[in-house]
Design a protein around this ligand. Structure first.
Ligand code: MRU
Length: 346
């Protein structure tokens, strides 16, 4: 996998600027936490696992200049940085999971010197990135078993290398199936308003030599009715205890369509995307974004001045519409609370 979305290099965070893709491949270098916060907010780095990794690196950037002499002072600085990073985006739980993990490292080493704690925090952020590589491979392994020769599969948004520290969640399944020699076709739904499917998923699948066809979001029903889609694979931003899954806006409509056409609908997500404290999808916070994203495309106005706009970035697919959830621990099927807890070892 040639795409390296996020890395720590020479004391800075190097990110692919995903807002520039596919027209140009550019990088941004974050040497301070503010630049990193903006990168997350503006979707220069995006996708639930990648946001988590970025946030962990953000903690390192944010506390490295702390002048704290005592742990109490350091904890104050750390909490401020964590609170700031947590305010960047609300839906992907991986962000909060990574911040919590970083906080725990500091708290469990409170008797160590401040410079030692800073070093441990850096090591933890690097670990979060390297663990994601193995996690993606494990999900790819379990998911590829669901792909058969001549399958035609549909995906939405971007749940690939650009969204993780390795080859992705839903797209990782495709990469692994290709490695296993399977022949299949992928349809990528364009994913309005920010076109992650059209811009990012097609870009990375083409680079990896996967047969990909771009469709507009409103074409999915027609393709399903014609028998052109056999399976749907999507990622997740937050999965509640009962399996209800928040993912990019438009995912729920695909799940309803898949159900109507009796097409299996698979969610591929790591353990860090589960939020077992939340009972059902009703309690998942859904990000609402700027109206500019809807009334403009590439900065060009496409709707009349003065029109009202509603722009929720995610929707929730009820667990009853999900055939199974593929995790790094195995496949949860059928999707309900006890099965999820058992699989995650919770
Ligand atoms: O707004 P985005 O682009 O961050 O939304 C991303 C998604 O909805 C992805 O499908 C999800 O994070 C899974 S990524 C492996």
């Amino acid at each position: 996998m040639a795409i390296e979305t996020i890395k720590w290099e020479n004391g800075k965070v190097k990110l692919i600027d995903q807002t520039k893709l596919p027209l140009s491949l550019e990088y941004i270098i974050c040497s301070d936490v503010k630049t990193l916060w903006q990168a997350i907010k503006m979707l220069k780095v995006r996708g639930a696992p990648a946001i988590g990794i970025a946030a962990a690196f953000g903690v390192v950037l944010g506390i490295r200049n702390s002048k704290a002499k005592t742990f109490t002072q350091f904890e104050k600085d750390l909490s401020r940085v964590i609170k700031y990073l947590a305010s960047s985006r609300p839906t992907a739980v991986n962000l909060f999971w990574a911040l919590e993990r970083m906080k725990k490292v500091a708290l469990s080493h409170s008797s160590h010197s401040i410079s030692r704690i800073k070093k441990l925090l850096y090591q933890e952020s690097v670990k979060i990135l390297s663990e994601d590589k193995n996690i993606c491979r494990a999900m790819g392994h379990y998911g590829a078993g669901l792909i058969k020769d001549n399958d035609r599969v549909l995906t939405i948004c971007n749940a690939g290398a650009l969204a993780t520290g390795d080859f992705g969640t839903a797209l990782g399944v495709f990469y692994q199936a290709k490695t296993e020699g399977k022949k299949f076709k992928v349809y990528s739904s364009e994913t309005r308003p920010l076109l992650q499917g059209a811009r990012l998923t097609t870009w990375e699948l083409l680079q990896e030599g996967i047969d990909v066809t771009l469709i507009c979001d409103n074409m999915a029903a027609s393709l399903m009715e014609k028998g052109l889609i056999g399976k749907v694979f999507v990622g997740a931003d937050r999965i509640a205890a009962n399996g209800d899954t928040a993912n990019k806006i438009g995912t729920y409509s695909l799940a309803v369509l898949a159900h109507y056409h009796k097409i299996p609908f698979y969610v591929v997500a790591p353990k860090s995307s589960f939020d077992l404290k939340i009972k059902s999808g009703r309690d998942i916070p859904i990000e609402e974004r700027s109206e500019d994203e809807v009334v403009e495309i590439y900065g060009k106005r496409i709707a009349p001045i003065g029109v009202k706009v509603y722009n929720p970035a995610f929707d929730v697919t009820p667990h009853g519409l999900i055939s199974s959830i593929i995790t790094e621990k195995g496949v949860v099927k059928p999707v309900y609370k006890t099965n999820i807890r058992k699989m995650l070892g919770a």
